[in-house]
Every structure is written in C-alpha cells, then in structure tokens.
Design a protein around this ligand. Sequence first.
Ligand code: ATP
Ligand code: MG
Length: 237
Amino acid sequence: MLEIEHVSGGYRPGVTVVHGIDFAVDSGHAVGLIGRNGAGKTCLAQTLLGVLPAHGGSIRLDGTDLTRMRPRERIRHRLALVPEGRMVFPQLSVRENLEMAAFGAGLRLTVDRLRRVEDIFPLLARKAQSRAGTMSGGEQQWLALGRALVQEPKAIVLDEPSLGLSPVAIADLAESLLRIRQQGVALVLMEQNPHLLQRLCDTVLLLDQGQVSSSVDLSTEDGGRLVGAAYLGTAAD
Ligand SMILES: Nc1ncnc2c1ncn2[C@@H]1O[C@H](COP(=O)(O)OP(=O)(O)OP(=O)(O)O)[C@@H](O)[C@H]1O
Ligand SMILES: [Mg+2]
C-alpha cells in the first residue's frame, strides 16, 4: 500500500506549491488526481518520486518510509514514475530504453521481465530495434509505461499519460492500465482528462491550487462532477 500523509512540496525551498496532500492506494487499486494546468500535478508527482524534496509529510510504500530517499532508492523500493512528456531516450532503441529503466531499478532486463511488458504492449516487441525518437506520441507513451513496468513496481505514479493522445489511444491506454492494475499494482493517476480516471479509479481527488479541495467516489456516483472539475476547476459537493 502506498500511503501519502500530509505531503507538501514545491520547486524551490520556501515556496510551497502543493500543501497537505493525504491519500492511500492499495495494491490493485487506482486513485486519481484531477487538476487543471498549474494545479500542481507535476510538482506532486516529482515530490512523490523524490525528484523534488518534500517540504513536509511522509511517503510510505508497504510500510517503508521513502520520504528522505533519493529517486533511485525509491525506484529500487518499487515506486515508479511515468513522467509528463514521456521522457524516453530518443536516440536509444526501444529495447535499450527498457534496459536502462531496468538498470535504474537495479534489475537486469531478463527474458521474463521483457515478456511481461511485451505481453501488455506487443508493439514494444515489434519495434524493439526502432529508435524511440522515431515513434509516435502514443507509441512513446507505451514505451514510457513499459519502462515503469520493467522496474517491477508495486506502485506507479503517472503524470498526465493521456496528454496529446487521440481518443482511441486513450481508450487503449485505459485497457492497458486496467491489466496492470489487475496484476496488483497500485496506480496514482494525475490527469486533466476525466475519461481515463472514470475507467480506472475508485476515488478521484480534485487538486486545486496545490490542495485537495474535494473528492469523488466513483463507486457510488457517476463521473459527472469530474467533468466540472476538469473544465471549471471546481467540483460542487
Ligand atoms: N520549474 C518550476 N519552477 C518554479 N515554479 C514552477 C515550475 N514549474 C511549475 N511551476 C509553478 O508551480 C505551480 C504548479 O505547476 P505544475 O507544473 O506542478 O502543475 P501541473 O498541474 O502539472 O500543470 P500542467 O497541467 O500544466 O502540467 C504553477 O503555479 C507553476 O507556475
Ligand atoms: Mg504537469
């Protein structure tokens, strides 16, 4: 279980952008955070992974406190990030990108690990030797997710994975993420687009100016309030 308690953070010391964020995600579940441009999604994603230092609060994964760890150590403790804008290595092949990601988690890209990823994203097998920079945005998103998966994560933080994808590609992405969730991975999905959240999440928190202003329980309500949250920045209770 990933437990986020009262986490605050920002891009610079003394300038706090996200405040007092609390949530928990069990393995095999997904929590969403919906917020408009500038709401603090990327700041929170980077704080959870330790790319930015937390200004306060704690981040625990299966009881281990990750809060003071460097990003690489957090990855080795099985927390993975799919960053905003994919951030694949454009000059390297698909296979090399996966090897680098496994290496970052202290793992070798064994046949088994590769098969698990290529089973969910068959395109990554077909394009194993292609340079990542020659692939479409959607294909690079599969690779970005593949890079997280070879790290054998217990939890994955995804920063706007639907950005720039067509509706068809977003629907494909949702199905792939469902399979990953069903394998017991916990997902934290930061999004502006409500569609992916509606398909995947039990609970969606509305992130507004760096704070959680309200939450939507998708097991008991339809996603109507999410659409308001996405477009207006508010979700009336
Ligand atoms: N590198 C940076 N240094 C300082 N402040 C930043 C930096 N990047 C973003 N900010 C500011 O921090 C706040 C949160 O931005 P952030 O990029 O985390 O939000 P976001 O929800 O990811 O937005 P988007 O949907 O545009 O990706 C905004 O006020 C933004 O102007
Ligand atoms: Mg962002």
